[in-house]
Design a protein around this ligand. Structure first.
Ligand SMILES: NC(=O)c1ccc[n+]([C@@H]2O[C@H](COP(=O)([O-])OP(=O)(O)OC[C@H]3O[C@@H](n4cnc5c(N)ncnc54)[C@H](O)[C@@H]3O)[C@@H](O)[C@H]2O)c1
Ligand SMILES: O=C(O)C[C@H](O)C(=O)O
Ligand SMILES: [Mg+2]
Length: 551
């Protein structure tokens, strides 16, 4: 819910300066013969000649000085004119900016994939320059290296794959992971983002191609939290895929078998966790885009033993809390009014339930933090999934959704029943907030938005948080035109602000866990905490609120 990259950058650059030796890529592991930007901290490089030019961690391309060229056996391997890093970037940006002549970037940027390719090639040959470009233009290129373009990249990954990035552990590697983990060249890894590709954004099971999401998340760890790019590791755990199209595609790069399940599945993830924490005991592992069925189970299984968290469950929750509190403020009410908000949530998966749990805890704290407070907080939520309103009458209810099932009598008094449709629920409840984490594009239809006009709030909030762009529950244009100019709007993927006429702007805030997960990782790294506790996540969410401007 924030357009606050500037503040985030200012904060992280401050931390970076304070903790330079830990997290500044320029200051760590630089080869002895290189001159760093600050001109200090030499470090050893054993490579010579073309091996250096082909190593993205050390390659400086045309920016190698004459002395460096002599020392590293590079003389004659590069054009003679030595470029400054600034000139190199200028030359690169000419190439990239050419794509913006015909089309400005944005949610439906037709050149997004072409831009991703150009940036990815730079990432492959010169990491330092890649991150300089990304950090300097983060607002512009986050939607390219991250959501929404990363979704398209994952969908097409088998075709786009050129050079490997990160590690792949597959079901075929059972029994081997403890030794495989030593194939990674870095002796220190601070951050791993791991996925099993089972629920990539709102795009479903993309199997091995889901590694793109781990790469995109780690790009933000480097660009927004200043983590050393040599100490990040994207990981794909390939236990197969249930995506029939991929299973039939001869060019698909992953295991062509159905997903492992049950104990077999857990055994693979257990082996992976043991292997990475044996080699890098201080690493932090972010679980990303695991289908809900496993997201909660794995979080409970590991969270008290390993330094890990689940971004979709816990990162999203923190950002949503920041947005929900920001909305209360934008309604002109004191934050303490948060427990009075009526919230309809569409989607009861890893993200929806994560948000509900955190919102309930936050409300309960505001109400006195006792059993009664905890109980009365849950009465503020109405949860609708693919089968409609969730009540205690629901058969085979998912245990994680059970605490939010409405009592059937209570629902009846409101004119609602088990399985009531989203329109009916919005009509009857008249919520202050309508929040979507359903992965269903267009779910907030004209009828649903019309119903929200009856909200008891002067400024109803609509959070269409599903990704990527086409999966958003509604667009800001639809929300402003149907519900009215006064709404508070946020989306998971970036949209442009809406021109409301007469010089008025309908602001589209962004509600994406990218505003939190880099801070969760950085905070854990710097604090040295052995686990990532609820208290830490709550503190992170509260910090995030202070950066939020909900228009
Ligand atoms: N903005 C963010 O930071 C952020 C963070 C995490 C997830 N997400 C997005 O949230 C979406 C859901 O993620 P998830 O992990 O919870 O997925 P999931 O598949 O586990 O859950 C989806 C939920 O939506 C429900 N649903 C399906 N059709 C529905 C309908 N017609 N009406 C109401 N509910 C319906 C399903 O029953 C299920 O409960 C994805 O698009 C993902 O990209 C966004
Ligand atoms: O990846 C994102 O953009 C947010 C979130 O983690 C998601 O799964 O949609
Ligand atoms: Mg995710």
């Amino acid at each position: 819910m924030s357009n606050c990259w500037n503040q985030t950058r200012a904060a992280t650059s401050l931390i970076r300066r304070l903790k330079r030796s830990i997290i500044n890529p320029a200051a760590v592991a630089r080869p002895r013969c290189f001159t760093t930007a600050e001109g200090h901290r030499p470090s050893l490089v054993h490579k010579r000649s073309l091996d250096i030019l082909h190593d993205p961690w050390f390659n400086k391309g045309t920016a190698f000085s004459m002395t460096e060229r002599d020392r590293l056996d590079l003389r004659g391997l590069l054009p003679p004119n030595i470029m400054s890093p600034e000139q190199q970037i200028e030359r690169f940006m000419v190439d990239l900016k050419r794509l913006e002549v015909q089309a400005r970037d944005g949610p439906s940027d037709p050149n997004a994939l072409a831009k991703w390719r150009i940036l990815n090639r730079l990432h492959d040959r010169n990491e330092t320059m890649y991150y300089k470009v990304l950090i300097a233009n983060i607002e512009e290129y986050a939607p390219i290296v991250y959501t929404p373009t990363v979704g398209l990249v994952c969908q097409n990954y088998s075709g786009l794959f050129r050079r490997p990035r990160g590690m792949y552990f597959s079901a075929e590697d059972r029994g081997e992971m403890m030794s495989m983990v030593y194939n990674w060249p870095a002796d220190q890894v601070d951050m791993i983002v791991v996925t099993d590709g089972s629920r990539i954004l709102g795009l479903g099971d993309l199997g091995v191609q889901g590694i793109g999401i781990a790469i995109g998340k780690l790009d933000l760890y480097v660009a927004a939290a200043g983590i050393n790019p040599q100490r990040v590791l994207p990981v794909m755990i390939d236990v197969g895929t249930n995506n029939e199209k991929l299973l039939k595609d001869p060019l698909y790069l992953g295991l062509q078998q159905h997903r492992l399940d049950g104990d077999e599945y857990i055994a693979v993830i257990d082996e992976f966790m043991e292997a990475v924490f044996t080699r890098w005991p201080n690493v932090i592992v972010q679980f990303e885009d695991f289908q809900s069925k496993w997201a909660f189970k794995l979080l409970q299984r590991y969270r008290n033993t390993y330094r890990m968290f689940n971004d979709d469950v816990q990162g999203t929750a923190g950002v949503a809390i920041a947005g929900l509190l920001g909305a209360v403020r934008a309604q002109g009410r004191p934050m303490i009014d948060f427990p009075k908000q009526k919230i309809v949530v569409a989607g009861a998966g890893s993200a929806g339930i994560g948000v509900l749990n955190a919102a309930r805890k936050t409300m309960a704290r505001m109400l006195g933090n006792n059993e009664t407070a905890f109980d009365s907080a849950k009465s503020q939520f109405w949860v609708v999934d693919a089968n409609g309103l969730i009540t205690e009458e629901r058969e085979n209810i998912d245990p994680v959704a059970l605490p939010f099932a409405r009592k059937i009598k209570e629902a009846g008094r409101q004119g609602l029943r088990e399985g009531a449709s989203l329109v009916e629920v919005v009509e009857q409840v008249k919520p202050d907030v309508l929040l979507g984490l359903s992965a269903v594009g267009g779910l907030f239809s004209k009828e649903v938005l019309e119903a929200l006009k009856g909200s008891t709030s002067t400024r109803p909030a609509i959070f269409a948080m599903s990704n990527p762009t086409k999966n958003a529950e509604c667009t800001p244009e639809e929300a402003f035109s149907i519900v009215g100019d006064n709404i508070i709007f946020a989306s998971g993927s970036p949209f442009r602000d809406v021109n409301l006429g007469d010089g008025h702007v309908g602001h589209c805030n962004q509600g994406n866990n990218m505003y939190l997960f880099p801070g969760i990782g950085l905070g854990t790294l710097l604090s040295g905490s052995r686990i990532i506790s609820d208290g830490m996540l709550q503190a992170a969410a509260e910090r995030c609120v202070s950066f939020v401007f909900c228009f």
